[in-house]
Design a protein around this ligand. Structure first.
Ligand code: C5P
Length: 307
């Protein structure tokens, strides 16, 4: 085990292929069916011994990420240290490639990465089930960041089952100028749907069949997100972004999670490059990223356990 060095974990962003949101529960969370899909936009989380808990945030998506104990990565380290009965005396370094407050689980990725990195640095060797339990305590999307791939999340999104999926999908992500607060988007969805009887959320058969077939055209048609009207209500510019994706030749597009990032599916890598150019030229987003999915969940890329 590495005791004096550092451990770096790479963690993917997610898009939601389906996000079916039921009624608010007594605990304030909403009952969900969330089909998570890990894409090749990453954060690198490095944990190294230090005299006290410190957080440093760098990278092209560092703006707006707190470098203190409110950071979800710091909370992950504190939670694990508490479980192990030790000091959380580490430097947590985040290299951000996932946009903050973008609906792509960037904060959750950092929590998952910090959990795995600190576990390796401290030689704790927690079982996968224990890591998943701590992850769920930190946030609804954190377990998926550990698992990666394509998975169905039930409950508040934390109860995961791998989806039967094949193939490889080409994505174009349109990043927005301003982030959206996840609780605010859920609250807006509640407001927009007030008085309606909400059906129990169910996995989309159409979507599951498209994933089993590895068919991007069918998958694009099946993308759905119950939070999209709420995200677009709070960020009306999203209508123009979604339209620009359609005009640029996307097979389909959807707001990811609570937004405001829009995820567009392309037929192949060449079509995705063209779509990325068209979206950038449209002026309807701050930045455009190319990505593919599914990719693996959090994994140690430097340091960690050695034979
Ligand atoms: O679990 P997490 O802390 O990531 O959730 C952030 C916020 O998103 C919650 O405080 C809640 O407002 C909202 N949320 C929800 N229902 C879920 C997941 C999240 O209402 N299933």
């Amino acid at each position: 085990m590495v005791r004096d060095g550092s451990v770096t974990v790479r963690v993917p962003a997610k898009v939601n292929l389906q996000l079916a949101v039921g009624a608010a529960r007594p605990d304030g969370y909403h009952e969900l069916v969330s089909v998570f899909h890990a894409v090749s936009l990453h954060d690198d989380v490095t944990v190294a011994p230090s005299d006290a808990l410190r957080v440093v945030v760098e990278g092209e998506e560092a703006a707006g990420v707190p470098a203190d104990e409110t950071n979800l990565a710091a909370r992950a380290v504190l939670l694990l240290a508490g479980r192990l009965g030790r000091e959380a005396d580490v430097l947590v370094h985040l290299r951000k490639g996932i946009p903050a407050a973008g609906g792509m689980a960037g904060g959750s990725a950092d929590a998952a990465g910090a959990l795995l990195a600190a576990d390796a640095l401290w030689g704790a060797g927690l079982e996968r089930a224990e890591l998943l339990e701590l992850a769920a305590e930190l946030g609804s999307d954190v377990p998926f960041a550990l698992v990666g791939g394509t998975a169905v999340g039930l409950g508040r999104g934390e109860r995961l089952t791998p989806a039967l999926a094949r193939g490889h999908f080409e994505w174009v992500l349109a990043l927005a100028e301003e982030g959206l607060s996840t609780p605010a988007v859920y609250a807006e969805a509640d407001r927009l749907r007030a008085g309606r009887v909400l059906p129990e959320p169910r996995p989309s058969e159409r979507l599951m069949a498209a994933l089993r077939a590895g068919d991007p055209v069918a998958l694009a048609r099946a993308l759905e997100n119950d939070l999209q009207p709420a995200a677009a209500s709070l960020a009306p510019g999203l209508h123009a972004t979604l339209q620009a994706g359609e005009d640029g030749g996307a097979l389909g597009g959807v707001v990811s999670g609570s937004g405001p990032t829009c995820a567009f599916l392309a037929a192949d890598a060449e079509a995705a490059d063209e779509l990325a150019g068209a979206l950038l030229d449209s002026g309807t987003c701050r930045a455009v990223r190319r990505a593919h999915g599914p990719v693996a969940g959090a994994r140690v890329v430097e340091g960690g356990a050695r034979e």
